[in-house]
Ligand binder design. Sequence first.
Ligand SMILES: [Fe+2]
Ligand SMILES: [Fe+2]
Length: 243
Amino acid sequence: MKTTTNEIADGIFRFSTCVPDVTPDGFTFNQFLIKAEEPLLFHTGPRAMFLLISEAVSRVVPIEKLRWITFGHVESDECGSMNQWLAAAPRSEVAHGSVGVMVSLNDLADRPPRMLQDSEIIDLGGKRVRHIDTPHVPHGWEARVLFEETTRTLLCGDLFTHTGDGPALTAVDIVGPAKKAEELFHATCLTPNTAATIRKLAALSPKTLAIMHGSSFNGDADRALHDLAGLYDRWLREASQTG
Ligand SMILES: [Fe+2]
Ligand SMILES: [Fe+2]
């Protein structure tokens, strides 16, 4: 396995590792680094990938300069190596929403995490990130996303997950591939709030969607988010009719 590095928006770097045996056409695990006075990592990767990913990140910023370790929700690909990063970057702090901190991270993180309120902004110096709680979207009570305001990049985690080892950045349809992956994995919680939460993200008018599994997207993000919301609305309606 190897990790490739691409700058997908000004100062936003994507590290991508394709694991071949998850699906027949492979499956990528991606981390994102926001380069700023206070560099921020979104997704740590699992523990077994720490050496591979940290080596790639260190070619963009020295690991010990990392200030923020963040992720969407508590799963091994999102945060498995959190404590390895905390050890490698002595000034770094884990930051997450209140549910994630209270339910899991106060106990799991080797240093006390920073608890963020919904919509709270961290000024990274040159970049600004807004923390947004998205409970159960795509999954996990503590789920959240991060919006980098200067580049309008939405770090949307497992939303739009799709298989294959495509380009780092694409403007072609990602909703079709996301639909196929959802039919394969059934990873998203289908609740009355799913579509509404996704539509709220569209209201941020993102320019780039930084996607954890698959290509990042710089086409019509507003339309992609509304189409994805529409898909979950339809599935919820169908489920309640057959249920
Ligand atoms: Fe996940
Ligand atoms: Fe994930």
